[in-house]
Design a protein around this ligand. Structure first.
Ligand code: PBG
Length: 327
């Protein structure tokens, strides 16, 4: 048959398929989220996230070491404090849980790049991401607290600050506070396009951060919206964000692509706890093969245009990349 164009021609051998591959991945773009908790000698498995743990600072070295060995060089810290109060004071305490974890990780593993998640919901008694005024979160009052948290994290050794609270104007506020305190070179990775998503369910169990009343819909985005996502990303870049993030990842590939085309800064995508939990549950039940699903999800995020991929599977992915299963 006369058929000059035959797409199958370039699929004939593994070598050729790899040669013409369009999406290439590298472990240097992976970020692994780490949960640190108070106390000693703790490594508690998170019920809804099998294989993920909360570590006390004296044991977090175990996972950090494993990550380094696997080829993952960046981690993002989430603190789980013992004490919570109205203003989330544990979030900016000099000896707060995340500050101690950052300080120790910087000392013990100077080769790791340390990102600090900046949010108040793990630290407030009401579980909201800001200061409550009646039933609602007071945007402008919250900003001052975010500034304090950012500075305390940078002082503790954070290489990068990642605000996930979704208050308006926070990037500008945090940038200003970091600069005044001499942290001009600490980048801000903004959770710019963060949806009010049910995919965060397992994380809230992990961090004990579910809101005591109401939900997060007055600050996190409505998942029906696309133009608003583009506006949020543009606004954060204007305010000085060095990197913008889309979160969750799996159901939001369209926005990763659009934002990658719109902005001129690196884009990150966060494959969240619910994505992890779904893969774990389905593979434990024997419904799908974990390894191939993890690879396919990662490739789809990178193909959509993400530059940085934040995932609980970072360690495994680095291994798959090394083995050449993906990459
Ligand atoms: C804190 C925060 C959340 C996540 C990252 N930072 C939870 C939330 O907004 O409720 C979710 C991460 C995940 O689900 O893996 N605001």
């Amino acid at each position: 048959m006369e058929l000059p164009v035959r797409p199958r021609r370039l699929r004939t051998t593994p070598l050729l398929r790899k040669m013409v591959r369009e999406t290439r991945m590298d472990a240097s773009s992976l970020v692994y989220p780490v949960f640190v908790t108070e106390g000693k000698n703790k490594k508690e498995e998170i019920h809804s996230m099998p294989g993920q743990y909360r570590y006390s600072t004296d044991r977090m070295g175990e996972i950090l070491q494993e990550l380094i060995q696997a080829g993952v060089s960046a981690v993002m810290f989430f603190g789980i404090p013992q004490h919570k109060d109205e203003t989330g004071s544990g979030a900016y305490a000099q000896d707060g849980i995340v500050q101690r974890a950052l300080f120790k990780a910087k000392q013990d593993f100077p080769q790791l790049y340390l990102i600090a998640d900046l949010c108040m919901c793990e630290y407030t008694s009401h579980g909201h991401c800001g200061i409550l005024c009646g039933q609602s979160v007071d945007n402008d009052r919250t900003l001052g607290y975010l500034e304090k948290i950012a500075v305390s994290q940078a002082q503790a050794g954070a290489d990068m600050i990642a605000p996930s609270d979704m208050m308006d104007g926070r990037v500008k506020a945090i940038r200003g506070a970091l600069d005044i305190h001499g942290f001009q070179n600490v980048p801000v990775m903004a959770y710019s396009v963060k949806f009010a998503s049910s995919f965060y369910g397992p994380f809230r169990e992990a961090a004990g951060s579910a809101p005591a009343c109401g939900d997060r819909k007055t600050y996190q985005m409505d998942y029906h919206n696309r133009l608003e996502a583009l506006r949020e990303a543009a606004l954060d870049v204007e305010e000085g964000a060095d990197i913008v993030m889309v979160k969750p990842a799996m159901a939001y590939g369209d926005l990763i692509r659009e934002i990658r085309q719109q902005v001129r800064v690196p884009v990150a995508a966060y494959s969240v706890s619910g994505e992890y939990a779904m893969v774990k549950a389905a593979s434990a039940a024997g419904y799908l093969d974990e390894r191939s699903i993890v690879c396919e999800m990662a490739a789809s995020a990178y193909r959509a245009g993400t530059d940085i991929y934040i995932t609980y599977f970072a360690r495994e992915l680095a291994g798959y990349m090394k083995e050449g299963i993906i990459g």
